[in-house]
Structure formats: C-alpha cells, structure tokens
Design a protein around this ligand. Structure first.
Ligand code: LLP
Length: 423
C-alpha cells in the first residue's frame, strides 16, 4: 500500500516514521492515513460521477469522529445501525438527509431519534419493525421514509459470519413475501415507501453476487410498479472487499457501471443508486502498531508475545482472518528468521493476531498489523482491563491524536464511584 511503505528501511505512514509515533504515543497504537481515506473515497466518487448515486459510509467499520468528518467533507452520507451511530453523525454536524438507517433491532428511542433528525430512509427488516415504525411516526405526527431490506437469497462466497444474503440468515425480508409487506407499508399513512434495499455480505471479491441480487430486485421493482408502487432509490448495501494479502477484489467502478447497465436494460434508469461501503473505504487506511514484549520458544512453536491483543483486534480470533504483519524496522542481521505465532497477553488461547509468520524478531521490535482500519478499533473491548489504544491520524508529514489512549482510571472510575456511594 502506498500510504504505508518502507522509506530508508523504516515503515512509514505517509511521511511519518512509525517508530516516531510509537515513541511519542506508545503501543499498541492505531495509525490511520488521511490520504488513504481520501483515495478510497475517490474510487467511489469517480465511479459514481455523473450518475444519480449516493454513497453512505457504513460507519460501523470505523466510527472515529475525525474519520467521519473527513468523509462528510468529501460528500459522503452515512449508513447507521444504531442510535449511537446517529448521535456520532449529528455530533459532527452531519446531514441526516444523507443517512440511511439499517439493522434488525431498531428500538423505539432509536426510531424516534432518527425521525426527529429526519433521516433519508429506514431500511426496514421485518413486518414487526414496519408496524412499530408506523406507530412511532404517527405518534410524532411524521411520515417515515422506508425501504424494505429484502433478502435475495444469493451466496456472496464469503465467510459465513459475514455473509448476510442467504435464506437462513436473520437479515431482511424474504424477497418472495416482500410484495405483500410493501402493500402493507403503502397502506399506512405514516409511512412513505421510497426504496428497496439489500446487503448480501462483506469482503465480497466478485461482482456476480451483486448482479444476481440486482436481477432479483429488478423483478421485484417491476412487480411493485405493476401494483402502483413506484420507488425512488435502490440501495445495494456495502460489502466490497479489500486486499488483506493477495485478494483482487472488484472495484467500485466495475460494480457501479454494471449496476447502471442492468438498471437501464430493465428500464429502471430513473432510480437513484445508494451504496453502503464500509471496509473498502477504511480497511487499508489503518495499521495497528504493536511491540514485541517477549519471545518464547516452546517445544512445538515459537511465540512472539506482543502488547496488542484480541481485545484490540478481534478479527483473527473471530473470523480466522488474515492480517499481514510487517516489521517496522529492518531485522538484525544476526537474528535468524523463524516461524512465529503472534499472540497477545490475554488469558485465552484464542488470543492471537497472526500465525506461522516467518520473521526475524527481537524483544522490543515494532510490528505493524496491516489492514486494521476497518472493524478493528470499532470492535475493540477492554477485556482484561486493558485500556483501548490511542488513534492517530497522519496527514503528510504531520499527525494528530484523534482519540487519546484510554486511561486505567477511566476504565473503572464509574465503578469506584458506585462503590464509594455504597459505603
Ligand atoms: N450495510 C449493512 C447493512 C451492513 O450490515 C454492513 C456490514 C455494511 C453496509 C458495510 O459492509 P462492508 O462494506 O464493510 O463490507 N466485522 C466483520 C464485518 C461485518 C460486516 C457487517 N455489516 C469483519 O470484521 O469482517
């Protein structure tokens, strides 16, 4: 990746040596490249240029306010899945009119907050949610814009935990019953049917699953038109994959041009296209910097015990995900390369970040866990009473803290207060 590259032997984020950031802020440390965010956005901007399209950042991938602000300034909308994410969008002065609200379990307070803010669309995932939204909107004297998230029953050929478009999945409404649910939505005065939505999975590398889903959606849209329901937009969700090691994922421009071709062929060229990319906007814009605490040469394996752990980056543990690991500085010539499991200090066998990596390591070495811009910090926890790492945004030769490292004190201050209040 051009944004994280070796210069004079040392791995840099843009023009800043990672050694300098580790020294100044300590490790583990999340480091993002602003230019990488902008370049990833540019892929979507050029793909949709001159088209009727809206790109809503799937902010669950990385919801740091500085990241959100960057995308907002570039013109992005947001795909949110909770009242908390809505609050983040509003906190940066984001435009609710460019927000779509997804998720299977939206609660009343979340529906209210989104209606109050005036979101572009609710992606409704069940009949029960539809009725609840209609009730809440009527109660507030509002009309809620809705899409149904349909489940097109296509296989995205991705990890089962992140595949969402198959029948046996909790997401969306079976496409075969969608017509009658749409009829119900159209009959409710406090709802306005504006679109249709699907999201078939994540880390998708081919265009075909999208086109399979789109074919089914086109049929549905025609059937809706025949029954007098006309839509304004079509939301194809997110899911475009990134290169973690040697994948060659589809490009936004391939997807967008094939989608508009298909729409025009189906006489649906008037529809606005909405996309909800998360990973592909941020995944390769971040690394997790970590230091080797100890090396341990056991009989069966060599372990590099580092100061980052599964609480900081759970993807390897949870999905068996691969993240490249790069030494930040050149290896010492007298240290032979060996195969290591890179593990954290947490008391779980599942606490590993990478396995069987050939590296010439010494205690104190700095490593970069690559592709840690998406689903990394946002999935971090404080397990083992470990403060979450700081996040740094690099911009050319400058950088700033976009989230300070959590303090130990802040982890249990509320409990301490509770404890003192009790005595
Ligand atoms: N829209 C909806 C409705 C979603 O559920 C998701 C992701 C996205 C958009 C964004 O998808 P993306 O473009 O990032 O693939 N934690 C997992 C990924 C979970 C994805 C959940 N939904 C991981 O670390 O691989």
């Amino acid at each position: 990746a051009p944004h994280f590259s070796h210069r004079n032997d040392t791995l840099h984020a843009e023009q800043v040596p990672l050694t300098q950031l580790a020294q100044e802020f300590g490790t583990p440390l999340y480091v993002y490249s602003r230019q990488a965010l902008r370049d990833a956005w540019e892929n979507y901007r050029t793909a949709t240029e001159g088209r009727n399209a809206l790109v809503c950042f799937g902010m669950k991938a990385n919801s740091n306010l500085s990241v959100l602000r960057e995308f907002m300034e570039l013109g992005a909308g947001f795909d949110i899945v909770s009242g908390g994410e809505l609050a983040r969008v509003l906190a940066i002065g984001g435009d609710a009119g460019k927000v779509v609200f997804s998720g299977v379990g939206k609660q009343e307070w979340e529906l209210r907050a989104a209606l109050e803010a005036g979101v572009k669309c609710f992606n409704v995932e069940s009949e029960a949610e539809l009725e609840e939204l209609a009730r809440v909107a009527a109660d507030m004297g509002k009309v809620a814009p809705v899409s149904l998230r349909v489940n097109p029953d296509v296989d995205a050929h991705t990890h089962p935990y992140i595949s969402t478009g198959l029948k046996e999945n909790k997401f969306g409404i079976d496409i075969n019953t969608a017509l009658s649910v749409y009829a119900r939505a159209a009959a409710l005065d406090s709802l306005k049917v504006v679109g249709v939505d699907c999201h078939i999975g994540s880390q998708i590398t081919e265009v075909d699953p999208y086109l399979d889903a789109l074919d089914k959606l086109c049929h549905l849209i025609h059937a809706l038109q025949d029954s007098g329901i006309r839509l304004h937009h079509l939301d194809l969700g997110g899911g475009i994959g990134i290169r973690y090691t040697d994948e060659t994922p589809l490009l936004p421009v391939d997807l967008v041009s094939r989608v508009f071709e298909t729409l025009e062929r189906n006489k649906l060229g008037h529809l606005q296209l909405v996309l909800e990319p998360g990973r592909s906007l941020v995944g390769n814009a971040g690394v997790l910097l970590t230091s080797v605490v100890y090396l341990k040469h056991a009989e069966a394996k060599n372990f590099a015990i580092v100061d980052a752990a599964m609480n900081d980056l759970i993807r390897p543990t949870l999905y068996d995900a691969w993240h490249d690991v790069e030494a930040v500085q050149p290896a010492d010539p007298d240290t032979p390369p060996q195969s290591y499991d890179i593990v954290g200090p947490i008391c779980e066998s599942g606490d590993w970040l990478a396995r069987n990596r050939t590296l010439a390591l010494r205690q104190g070495d700095l490593l970069a866990i690559m592709s840690a811009g998406a689903y990394a910090f946002t999935m971090a926890s404080q397990y083992n009473t470990r403060p979450r790492p700081a996040e740094i945004m690099v911009d050319g030769d400058s950088y700033r803290v976009v989230r300070p490292r959590e303090s130990l004190q802040s982890l249990f201050a509320p409990e301490l207060e509770a404890l003192q209040g009790r005595t």
